[in-house]
Design a protein around this ligand. Structure first.
Ligand code: HEM
Length: 482
C-alpha cells in the first residue's frame, strides 16, 4: 500500500548511468526499444535515473496492472515537461492538465460531445462520407499512393467536422503542412529533453528542443486562431464541439473550471494532435501487415465479401460481424502501438509496488510496445503477426484493447486512459475494413518494417502502394455514402 512506512527503501533494479545526465545518453533514438532490451536484463520493473529524475519503467502486463489498476490513483498526474509548457499552452490543455476539476470538466465535455455512444452515432454519416471520398480518390489513382498521408487527411477531416463543424482540408490545401506539424510535435515530444531532467541545464536548451517547440507552437496557434475566426464566419453552426465550447465560455463563471480562449485552443490542439496521427499510423501498419501476408489478406477480404458483398462499401454497422477484421486490428495494436511508451504519469506520493520503493515525483513510463512482445503474456510466437490468437480457440480469445486486459493496452489504462478510445478504435476498424474490402494492393516492395523515432510509432518508410479496385463500379461512384 502507498501509506505504509518503508523499512528499507529499495528502488527497482536498473543500469547505473552517468553522473549528472544519468541514463539519458543511453536511451538512443528509439527509447522503447532500448528500454525493452534493458528490461530483459533487469526485469519487468526497471529504475533509471534521468538527470535528477527517478524514472520507473514497466514492461510486463502484470506490473502494468499493479501501477495502472492497483495504484492508478497515485499515478493520475503527468510529469511536468517542456512540451506541455511550450506547446500545450502551459498545461492549460486536457492531456497535461493536473488531475482535478478542470481535467474532469474537459474530459466530460469531450465524452459527451464526441466519444459517447450517442455522439459517435450522430457523427457516423460524417465518417462514412469522408472515407467514401478517400475510396473514390484511390479508385481513380491508377498509380502508387502514399497511404498514410491520404488516410491522415481523411482522419483529420472526419475529426474536424466533429470538432469545428467543417473539413479543414480540401484536396491539397495545407493538409501536408498540418501533418508535418503533428509529426514534428511527436518527434520533439519523443526526445528526452535534457532540460526536463537536469533543471540546471534547462536554460542552455542543449538540444535546441525548446527553441523548436516555441516556433512550432506559434504555427499551431496561428492554425487554431484561423480555425476559430473561420468558425465565427460559418453560417450553419450546428452542434460541433467548438460551438459548445464558445457558448460555455460565456456561461461558466466558476473560477476553477472557467473556460478561456486559451483553454479552448489548447483542447482543440490536443484533439487534433492526439486524434489524427495515432489513428492514421495504426491504419498504415495494419495495411502493410496484411499486404505482406497475402493469405491473411485473402481471408479478411473473404470475410468482408461474405458480410458486405461487392456492390457497396463497408458500413460501420458491418463491423460487429467481422471477427477476423477486428482480430487484425488488435494484432496491429499489439505489435505497433501508436504511442509505444504511452504518455508518462507521475507518482503523487511515495509508494511501494512489488516490494520496491517508488519515490514521490517519480516518472512512470509504461512500455506498451514491450508488453505486446512479452513472451510470458504472449507465449505463442510473440513476434509473429497472427490475428487468429484472438479468435475462438485462440489463446487470447476475448482479450480487448479497452484497458482491462493489461497485456494489450495501446490506449493506456486507468483514470487517464485515452479519452478518444471509442472514436480512435472505430476509425481504425472502419478504415482498415473499407480499404481492404475496396482494393487489392499492388506492390513489389519488400515492406521495410523499420520504425521512425518519436512519441508516436510512425513507419520509417511510408507505405506507397497502388490501389486496384475490386468491387463493382457502383460501389465507388455513389455520390453519398449510405
Ligand atoms: C488509434 C488511436 C489512438 C491511440 C492508440 C491512442 C493512445 C493514447 C494513449 C496511450 C494515451 C495515454 C493514456 C494513459 O496515460 O494511460 C492517450 C491519451 C489521450 N488520447 Fe488517445 N489515442 C488514440 C486516439 C485518440 C483520439 C481519436 C483522440 C481524440 C480525438 C485522443 C485523445 C486523447 C486524449 C485527450 C488523451 C489524454 C487523456 C488524459 O490525459 O486524460 N486519442 N491516447
Amino acid at each position: 500500500g502507498c501509506r505504509r512506512s518503508h523499512s528499507h527503501r529499495r528502488l527497482p533494479p536498473g543500469p547505473k548511468g552517468w553522473p549528472v545526465l544519468g541514463s539519458i545518453p543511453h536511451l538512443g533514438s528509439k527509447p522503447h526499444q532500448t528500454l525493452y532490451a534493458l528490461s530483459k536484463n533487469h526485469g519487468p520493473l526497471l529504475h533509471l535515473r534521468l538527470g535528477s529524475v527517478h524514472v520507473i519503467v514497466v514492461s510486463t502486463a502484470t506490473t502494468a496492472a499493479h501501477f495502472l489498476r492497483t495504484h492508478d490513483a497515485n499515478f493520475s498526474n503527468r510529469p511536468s515537461n517542456s512540451g506541455a509548457e511550450h506547446i500545450a499552452y502551459n498545461y492549460r490543455d486536457l492531456v497535461f492538465a493536473p488531475y482535478g476539476p478542470r481535467w474532469r470538466m474537459l474530459r466530460r465535455l469531450c465524452a459527451l460531445q464526441l466519444f459517447s455512444a450517442k455522439a459517435l452515432e450522430d457523427l457516423r454519416h460524417v465518417r462514412g462520407e469522408e472515407i467514401a471520398r478517400l475510396v473514390r480518390l484511390f479508385s481513380r489513382a491508377g498509380k502508387p499512393m502514399d497511404v498514410g498521408a491520404n488516410v491522415n487527411t481523411c482522419v483529420t477531416n472526419a475529426l474536424s467536422l466533429a470538432v469545428v463543424g467543417r473539413r479543414v482540408f480540401g484536396s491539397d490545401d495545407g493538409a501536408a503542412e498540418f501533418k508535418e506539424m503533428v509529426v514534428e510535435l511527436m518527434r520533439l515530444a519523443g526526445v528526452f529533453n535534457v532540460g526536463d531532467f537536469v533543471p540546471a541545464l534547462a536554460w542552455l536548451d542543449p538540444q535546441g528542443i525548446v527553441k523548436k517547440m516555441k516556433k512550432l507552437h506559434k504555427r499551431f496557434d496561428g492554425f487554431l486562431n484561423k480555425l476559430i475566426i473561420e468558425h465565427q464566419k460559418m453560417a450553419d453552426k450546428s452542434n460541433d464541439l467548438l460551438s459548445v465550447l464558445l457558448k460555455l465560455k460565456e456561461e461558466t463563471d466558476e473560477e476553477r473550471t472557467k473556460l478561456t480562449d486559451i483553454e479552448i485552443k489548447a483542447l482543440l490542439l490536443n484533439l487534433f494532435v492526439a486524434g489524427t496521427e495515432t489513428t492514421s499510423i495504426a491504419i498504415e501498419w495494419a495495411l502493410v501487415e496484411l499486404i505482406r501476408s497475402p493469405g491473411l489478406l485473402g481471408r479478411v477480404q473473404e470475410e468482408l465479401d461474405s458480410v458486405v458483398g461487392r456492390d457497396r462499401l463497408v458500413s460501420e454497422s458491418d463491423l460487429s460481424g467481422l471477427p477476423l477484421l477486428q482480430a487484425v486490428v488488435k494484432e496491429t495494436f499489439r505489435l505497433h502501438p501508436s504511442t509505444p511508451l504511452s504518455l508518462p504519469r507521475e507518482a503523487a506520493e511515495d509508494c511501494e509496488v512489488d516490494g520496491f520503493f517508488i519515490p514521490r515525483g517519480a516518472t512512470l513510463l509504461v512500455n506498451v510496445w514491450a508488453i505486446g512482445r512479452d513472451p510470458v503474456a504472449w507465449p505463442d510466437e510473440p513476434l509473429a503477426f497472427q490475428p487468429d490468437r484472438f479468435l475462438p480457440g485462440g489463446l487470447h480469445h476475448g482479450v480487448d484493447v479497452k484497458g482491462g486486459d493489461f497485456e494489450l493496452i495501446p490506449f493506456g489504462a486507468g483514470r487517464r486512459i485515452c479519452a478518444g478510445l471509442s472514436l480512435g478504435l472505430r476509425m481504425v476498424q472502419f478504415m482498415v475494413a473499407t480499404l481492404v474490402h475496396a482494393f487489392d494492393w499492388a506492390s513489389d516492395d519488400q515492406f521495410d518494417m523499420e520504425e521512425a523515432s518519436g512519441l508516436s510509432l510512425r513507419r520509417a518508410v511510408p507505405l506507397v502502394v497502388r490501389p486496384v479496385p475490386r468491387l463493382s463500379r457502383e460501389a465507388y461512384d455513389k455520390e453519398f455514402y449510405t
